[in-house]
Ligand binder design. Sequence first.
Ligand code: AFP
Length: 343
Amino acid sequence: MITLDRFILEREHAHPGATGELSMLLMRFGVAGKRIARELAVAGLRHTLGSAGSENVQGEEQKKLDVIANEILLETFDYGGLVVLAASEELEAPYVYSRNEKVGKYAVLFDPMDGSSNIDVNGTLGMIFSIRRRHDGTEDDLLRSGREQVVAGYVLFGPSVLLAYTSGDGVHLFTLDPGIGEFLLSVERVRMPERGKGYAVNEGRSAGWAPETRAFVEHLKQKDPAGGRPYSTRYSGSLVGDVHRILLEGGIYLYPADASAAAGSAKPKGKLRLLYECHPLAFIVEKAGGAATTGTEPILDVVPDSLHARVPLAIGSRTEVELYEKFVRGSNRLSPSSGRGPG
Ligand code: AFP
């Protein structure tokens, strides 16, 4: 029975000079994940399903549980003097922990409730988090590449509650044992398959996609048993749910830029938030042997120009992500049999 705390502490000892502070923060995300899981489990009994009657900075309707999860996370880092800033998908500006302003060494970032449209239908949900080092304790500390993340992880709220994280040395998966209220190690050093059989994308939006993206998705759907096609569609409405499936089974998730004609629904830079969703999941996926791209550059190299910057995302197994980049570059001269690009 290797609990999350024990696993983190044992690995910390492998790093001479480790202060234990990052371990402490990671364990706290575990506690916040358990508290949010509990809120989800009783939401139907506590009348905390449904809308909060407010909009977040993205102009999206906030669900009551978006707000509750956000508050739980803000509270979680308010003591111990470690964290100076918390940036959330639900907050316009970073939350500053005034009492840690002088001493706090870290900033935490989170999407408190990923897949909110699944809340009221008891669908898959997630919480995405990451930790960065403090530079001058301002918002500028966050407007940096994804390679500056020191820890990234997610909690998946599904039939089981799972926590996956990386601190740069492998991706590790834990399962919550509700009987003892502890995350227990289920898989150490998860490796993503080199290629998969499934793809996740909202095809209802294909009218707004670039022709190269449409061609790529059409390519995955063509009949070619030798080349492992057609792929199956698996789209849950929760990025965490889809990326977790791909972490274990391979494949690709896409949320492309979307120039839909209908004004207001256009997402010329895609929908997903770079700092709260794409950077953390790209760090996890790269450490598990996969890849994440905008179509033209690695997600981890993208430097946000604002706190709520969005980017197009293609994330998953190396084979599919590299093939997608070839389609975007227009260099996807396919060999008839393999269904794969050259080389
Ligand atoms: P919400 O948290 O607002 O439901 O968004 C979820 C999400 O960011 C990601 O988890 C999904 O894959 C994607 O957006 C769903 O977006 P569409 O509804 O446009 O397909």
